[in-house]
Every structure is written in C-alpha cells, then in structure tokens.
Write a protein that binds this ligand. Structure first.
Ligand SMILES: Nc1ncnc2c1ncn2[C@@H]1O[C@H](COP(=O)(O)OP(=O)(O)OP(=O)(O)O)[C@@H](O)[C@H]1O
Ligand SMILES: [Mg+2]
Length: 495
C-alpha cells in the first residue's frame, strides 16, 4: 500500500518498553514497511458500523487485525526476519496504551479527503483529551469523556482495491484518498438513536424487536404510535427538511419520554458535559457541532445512562478563550436563537430541560390538578355541611351518596362492578353539585382520592389507576385532566 502522506501521525509517542534481548529490533526501512502492513491489515478487517454527514465509522477487531498483519509480515521479504514477539511489540506500539481488555477499535474515514480537516479534528480532539486527562486526576466523576485517539493516517485507496470495494458495497462514497482516524470503540448509543429506541420501548416494543434496527425502521414504527408532535419525513424530503423534521421529532420524543419515565438521562450527566465544555472553552476549544448524534451515551444493561462521551470534533475550532476573543471569532462559536446570541455548544442542554426541568414541571402540573380538585371539594363540603336546611337538594344528594357508598362498601366490595358502582355514585352527586363537566371531573378526582384514603383495605392507588385508565371518557377535552390524574396516581405508586 502506498501513502500520499507517509507520515505516521502518532498522537503520543508510546514509551518504548525494554525489549527482551533475543528479539531483533527492526531497521529503519523495516519500520516504514511495518506501518504499511499494519495499515493494510487494519483496513482489511474494517467493518462499517455507522455513518455521519462527514465520516464513516468502522469497527476493527484487533485480534483479527493482528493475525492478518503477522500473516502479511511473514510473507513479506523485507520483514521475514522479524519473529512473532517483535511483530507483536510493534503492533502494540501503534496503539499506544490500548486498554488491556480492549480488543476493538473504531476508525473514522472522512468522505471528502482533506488532510487539513482531518488534522484539525485530530488536534482539537486530542487537545480536549489531554485536558481531560489532567482534570480527571483531581475529579474523575465530574467530566464527560472523549474517545482516546491512536493514530491518523492518509491512505491512497487506489493502492488498496479491497477496501475500496468494501466501501462500495456499503454504499459509502469516499475520495481516492481517505483519512483514517483510529480511536476507542464506544459501546452504547448516540442520543438520537437512544431517544428513538427508548420511545419504542416505552410504547411497548420489545428489546429484541428493536435490536440493531436503523433509524428509518424506528421512524416508520413511531409514526403510527401517536407520539404528539412526531411526523415522518418522506423519502423525497431534502436533507435539510429531513434534519428539521428529525429535530422536531427528537424534541417530541423527549417530551413524551419525560412524561412517561423518570430520570431518563439525569441532570448529572448533562453536568458532566457542561464541565467538559467549560474546560474546553477555557482553553479555547469550541466543538461547534454538538448535536444529538455527537453525544454518545454509555448504557448499563437496564439501559440507564452510565456515562457520556462527546464525539466528533470535526467542526471544532481552536481559538482564544471567550474573554480574549475578537468579534469575528465570537461569531464562529455562537448562533442566534431568536432571543439573542448563544454559544452553539449549548444547544444540547435543551435535552436536560426537556427531560428534567420540564419533567418536574409536569409533575407539578399533576399535583396542581389534584390540589385544585381538593380545594374545590373542600369549598363544596363547607357549603353543604353549613346547610342546616335538610331540604337542600345538594345536601340531600350528599347524604344519599354517603349512604349508597356505605352500602356498597359493606355488601358489594368483592363484586366485579364495585368500582363502576362507586364511580356512578360520584357521577350522580357531581351532576347535582355543578353543571360544568370540567368541574364535575375535578370533583370526582377529589372524591376518588378521599375514597381510596378512607378505604385502603379495599382499594389502592394502583387499582384506581388501572380502573381509570380502562375507562373511556366521552368528552375528549377532559382527557387531558384525566391523564394528569392517572399520572399523579402513578407518581404516588412509585414514591
Ligand atoms: N468511537 C466510536 N465508537 C462507536 N461509535 C461511534 C464512534 N464514533 C462515532 N460513532 C458513531 O458514528 C456516528 C458518526 O460518527 P461521527 O459523528 O464522528 O461522524 P460525522 O460524519 O462527523 O458526523 P456528523 O454527521 O455529525 O458530521 C456517531 O453519531 C456515532 O453514533
Ligand atoms: Mg457526528
């Protein structure tokens, strides 16, 4: 394989370990040849796993790559005299301090060949990596990560027909030359993928059903599930339109998930991102492209978010810190969100707001609804109880309801229709008290809560939730309030 740019662009010169005496050290010429053979072996074992706008991400199994490399070396005239130990040593050197238990590697190839862009990505990315290494010495838990980088090479594909063909099969368009940036392989999902998948799971899809599915498949399923605000982009939509629709969908899914699940991605995770960006910004590095697919989530087995990685520093700029920046430099790191200028890196925090702050607002909303209901009922009670006049219609209805409920509790609490019958009593009473449907529902909310609190041996929050959820409300505009009440009960059950 020939290289346009033969420099081995090592990130950090790995420390050369003491070599055992019997192992022959390679000559200068051999060294070049080895790098060549290493590239060849690594690229031969590359398998596409993902793709962004600028790059293609591949996975390389290092055991396979090492076997391939040794095989190539043994059949290479220039390298014949190197034994397996030396070859292994040289292989290790390429990967610096690759973690002992890690035998996979991710490589990113830019679709449009540009050594300048690749080097820009490399230098911003590795600068942040180094800053984090330092910062984490004192305070490991407060920062996000960035993948560790191993090397960056420029490869001439004309001299490597295998890889070219493989890229063609994956329908990846790349130039005659590609940059190959090698880094840690991350396990998990980017935020975009995660939100799609979590929404499907919350809507009852099975984990196995969703396993390894692509965005289009997930979007097709989601379009039929009634997630408020979700819409399906047509196949013909322009790239920009599809992107806009996807952004709206992600927001819709985040809202939906916030109302369904608690602590999907804890604020602590976003705080790590914030600390990492602050550190980068203080040192003049601005990511400038921190959208949903560039935030990578490491997941526990139960899909809780364990940790977070900021990837794709391809659009990053190394400038001054904000205080020292000129106006034209500032213009490169901000955008106008309608209310004024914002750092573009702050875009991603909208998900903290959607998933956490607003989730709390939703909780408050549910509680507020119940509070209003209880207030309404206590005011009504005061009026009824104050009424000494036993002929009062409302007072009569109240006494009648109390009697009927006592009878039901005494005699029919085992019956299948017990909850239905209680509900009907509430209905009668509520209609005597007020003609307004919204007020009626509010009153019933308070009555149900009081009933559960007074009869815990007969009914709990869970059975009430299930009962209410199974009932079809005739008046659609009341559904929202009913849903809030059901969610309130859900919160009670969980807490
Ligand atoms: N080290 C890695 N390990 C595993 N998956 C990765 C890794 N790096 C990237 N990915 C996946 O590949 C996708 C594309 O990678 P990346 O963002 O670097 O490419 P890009 O083309 O520059 O993206 P963009 O479209 O944002 O410009 C990511 O969204 C992520 O899901
Ligand atoms: Mg990206």
């Amino acid at each position: 394989m020939r290289f346009e740019n033969f420099e081995v662009n090592k990130i950090k010169e790995p420390e050369k370990k003491e070599m055992p005496e019997k192992v022959a050290r390679e000559s200068g010429e051999q060294r070049e040849r080895i790098e060549d053979v290493l590239d060849q072996a690594i690229l031969k074992k590359y398998q596409k796993i993902d793709e962004g706008h600028n790059g293609v991400i591949g996975l390389v199994d290092l055991n396979d790559a090492e076997t391939e490399y040794k095989d190539l070396a043994h059949h290479d005239q220039q390298l014949e005299d190197l034994d397996d130990d030396s070859l292994h040593q040289l292989f290790q050197e390429r990967f610096g301090e690759l973690a002992e238990d890690e035998d996979r590697l991710a490589i990113k190839m830019l679709k449009i060949f540009s050594t300048e862009r690749a080097e820009n990505e490399l230098s911003a990315h590795s600068k942040v990596y180094d800053l984090l290494e330092q910062a984490k010495l004192d305070d490991e838990k407060s920062y996000a990560s960035v993948p560790k980088l191993y090397f960056n090479r420029s490869v001439d594909l004309e001299a490597h027909p295998d890889l070219r063909e493989k890229l063609g099969r994956d329908r990846v368009m790349v130039d005659k030359n590609v940059n190959v940036l090698a880094m840690d392989f991350l396990q998990g999902e980017n935020l975009d993928y995660y939100l799609h998948k979590e929404t499907l799971l919350a809507k009852g899809y099975g984990a196995e059903e969703c396993e390894g599915k692509d965005y289009r498949w997930m979007q097709l399923q989601l379009s039929g599930l009634g997630v408020k605000g979700f819409s399906l982009a047509t196949e013909e939509a322009s790239k920009e339109d599809a992107q806009k629709i996807n952004r709206n969908n992600l927001e819709a899914m985040a809202r939906f998930l916030a109302s369904e699940k608690k602590d999907l991605i804890a604020t602590a995770i976003f705080d790590k991102v914030k600390n990492t960006l602050d550190l980068a910004h203080e040192n003049g590095v601005f990511h400038r492209d921190l959208h949903e697919r560039n935030l990578f989530l490491e997941l526990a087995e139960d899909r809780r978010v364990n940790d977070v990685v900021i990837i794709d520093w391809g659009e990053a700029k190394i400038l001054e810190s904000l205080e020292a920046m000129s106006k034209s430099e500032i213009a490169q790191v901000v955008y106008d969100d309608g209310d004024g200028l914002r750092l573009s890196d702050e875009y991603i925090f909208k998900y903290d707001k959607l998933l956490n702050t607003q989730a709390k607002e939703i909780v408050d909303e549910n509680e507020q609804l119940v509070q209003v209901a209880r207030d309404f009922w206590s005011r009504a009670q005061e009026m009824i109880v104050k009424k000494e006049n036993s002929g009062d219609k409302k007072k009569l209805a109240y006494d009648h309801m109390k009697e009927e409920l006592a009878y039901l509790v005494e005699n029919e609490s085992d019956g299948e229709r017990f909850l239905d019958n209680v509900d009907r009593e509430f209905d009668y009473f509520a209609s005597v008290l007020t003609p307004d449907d919204k007020e009626k529902l509010s009153l019933k909310t308070a009555l149900w809560l009081e009933f559960v609190e007074d009869h815990q041996e007969l009914i709990d929050y869970e059975s009430l939730r299930d009962y209410l959820a199974s009932k079809d409300l005739k008046l659609n505009y009341l559904k929202n309030d009913q849903d809030k009440f059901i969610k309130y009960l859900q919160q009670k059950i969980e807490s």
